[in-house]
Design a protein around this ligand. Structure first.
Ligand SMILES: NC(=O)c1ccc[n+]([C@@H]2O[C@H](COP(=O)([O-])OP(=O)(O)OC[C@H]3O[C@@H](n4cnc5c(N)ncnc54)[C@H](OP(=O)(O)O)[C@@H]3O)[C@@H](O)[C@H]2O)c1
Length: 307
């Protein structure tokens, strides 16, 4: 990518897209094409076709998607399947039709099999059953990974895909009905502290283990791969370290300064028992995360709740 290259960041208002824009601008890329979903609905095939015809972007970061936590994934199953398939079909296909030089597609670590051996290697994709609560989302994302791979194989395009672990950072969602575990906990503990609640109730048993990556680290990794990687393997992006949900709750409780108790609603689903990525491929490609979990959560808490 040249500094003057025309780069389309799809989903630039979201957590990942906005981090990619910050990174590209920091590196001196100013010819960015950015459209909100109101300006360009990526599920609309003819709108996406005319956008690519008129704008002709040279590079594409595809970070637009319907995204959410367990509850949203489970409740809006049809939306997660339909919208994600439509967005990626339209953007990936039009990128091919209009000769985009390189595209990076954001997949997700939650598309690996529910009971994949740990840590999860890239080759474990499609080797077992998916987690039922997010199966529609996973099926759509797997189709996106396979589109990149098969467009490369058939048409010689240069489309890469990545598998980020759970992310957190600026522009995350804090609506408790749709948010992921880390921002939901930050909000719950923060509100409990200020309303002096005696306890905070959290979903599940607290035993599942998860890995978390600051979205600024993810943007660094995507930028690195856009320059250094070509291939059909969807590259894991994570820290290679996990933490139990209970340990995460204790850490966030401490960062927020909440003095009450934590109780666990074990009638609610836990999701996949463990999800830790094997990050040896991206390490071998010359990238490692730099933001430690405690430091990253402190920063996010300050930016979102204390300013
Ligand atoms: N968050 C995570 O923990 C995580 C982890 C792994 C992978 N990922 C992947 O990273 C990508 C981005 O996630 P995120 O957390 O940044 O999501 P997000 O904050 O919810 O942002 C989603 C973005 O997609 C756009 N969008 C949604 N529907 C659209 C449509 N029909 N037309 C045009 N734009 C549309 C939204 O635009 P508007 O705001 O204009 O509606 C927004 O900019 C996704 O592919 C996700 O699978 C995320």
């Amino acid at each position: 990518m040249e500094k003057r290259s025309k780069i389309y960041v799809a989903g630039h208002t979201g957590m990942v897209g906005s981090a990619l824009v910050r990174k590209l601008q920091k590196e001196g890329y100013s010819n960015l094409v950015l459209k909100t979903s109101c300006e360009l609905d990526l599920t609309n095939q003819s709108a996406v076709e005319s956008f690519f015809r008129n704008e002709n972007p040279e590079y594409v970061f595809l970070a637009a998607a319907r995204v959410g936590g367990i509850e949203a994934n489970n409740k809006y199953r049809a939306n997660f399947l339909y919208e994600n398939l439509m967005i990626q079909n339209n953007v990936i296909h039009q990128s091919y039709v209009h000769g985009v030089k390189k595209l990076l597609f954001l997949a997700s670590s939650c598309i690996y099999p529910k009971l994949a051996p740990q840590p999860i290697k890239e080759e474990y994709l499609l080797t077992g059953k998916l987690e039922p609560t997010n199966e529609p989302y996973a099926i759509a994302k797997i189709a996106g990974v396979k589109m990149c791979e098969n467009y490369n194989l058939q048409y010689g395009s240069n489309f890469i895909s990545v598998m980020p672990t759970n992310l957190y950072g600026p522009n995350d969602h804090y609506d408790l009905k749709t948010s992921h575990v880390l921002p939901a906990m930050l909000r719950r503990f923060h509100e409990a502290k200020f309303s002096q609640k005696e306890f905070v109730e959290l979903w599940g048993s607290g035993t599942p283990r998860r890995e978390f990556l600051h979205v600024d680290d993810l943007a660094e990794a995507c930028y690195h791969l856009m320059h250094k990687y070509e291939g059909n393997v969807s590259v894991n992006i994570g820290t290679g370290k996990d933490i139990s949900i209970e340990e995460l709750a204790i850490l966030i409780k401490e960062i927020v300064g909440y003095k009450g108790e934590i109780s666990w609603d074990t009638t609610k689903p836990d999701g996949t028992p463990r999800k830790l990525l094997d990050v040896s491929l991206i390490h071998s490609l010359g990238w490692k995360h730099s933001i430690k979990l405690k430091e990253g959560i402190k920063k996010v808490y300050k930016e979102r709740f204390l300013n």
